[in-house]
Design a protein around this ligand. Structure first.
Ligand code: NI
Length: 190
């Protein structure tokens, strides 16, 4: 397994639409395993392939909370086949939008259909944080970030701060070598 670099906004690759995988072959399984390791290392609770620069419809998740424990979930070509009328607001963050959080409203419960790590079709009923997470990750596959769900004013402010932080990081790295920063709030890093 290998750790993959996580892209951060604004990066044009995060705005692209990803393509379905034809079959879950050894290459896709390798990608899934590398993504899971990368997500655990960040640490976060969800990661989509375009966040590591691979434009394939592949996501990984692992939610470990008192009320929801999923274990590692690998999904290729995930699609929402049912969504509740009831909504849920959750303060979302993202490994590609480090250190910024915002409330996003989405359906509170969804059913997702996908191919698992063995290439078998599965359906999973999701609610609460898992429902939020699955929808957030599928958004990534369509080039949508959680900041696209908030006001343009707030989005642009976050993007400006991210650019500034990236420049500072590059300057620090030039002086002291690469510094790996850890996610402060993994509950929201999805
Ligand atoms: Ni994300």
């Amino acid at each position: 397994m290998a750790l993959l670099p996580i892209l951060t906004a604004p990066d044009p690759r995060l705005k692209k639409k990803s393509l379905p995988v034809e079959t879950v072959d050894a290459g896709v399984r390798q990608l899934m395993d590398d993504m899971l390791e990368t997500m655990y290392d960040a640490p976060g609770i969800g990661l989509a392939a375009p966040q590591v620069g691979v434009l394939k419809r592949v996501i990984v998740l692992d939610i470990d909370r008192e009320d929801t424990k999923t274990g590692p979930l690998f999904m290729a070509n995930p699609e929402i086949v049912e969504a509740s009328d009831e909504d849920l607001s959750y303060e979302e963050g993202c490994l590609s939008v480090p250190d910024h959080y915002s409330d996003v409203v989405r359906p509170a419960a969804v059913k997702v259909r996908y191919l698992d790590r063995d290439g078998k079709t599965q359906e999973l009923a999701c609610e609460g944080l898992l429902a939020t997470c699955v929808q957030h990750e599928i958004d990534h596959l369509d080039g949508i970030l959680f900041i696209d769900h908030i006001s343009a004013l707030k989005r642009n402010m976050i993007l400006r701060k991210l650019l500034k932080a990236r420049k500072e990081q590059e300057r620090d790295a030039a002086e002291r070598g690469p510094v790996k920063t850890k996610v402060k709030d993994p509950e929201h890093a999805i």
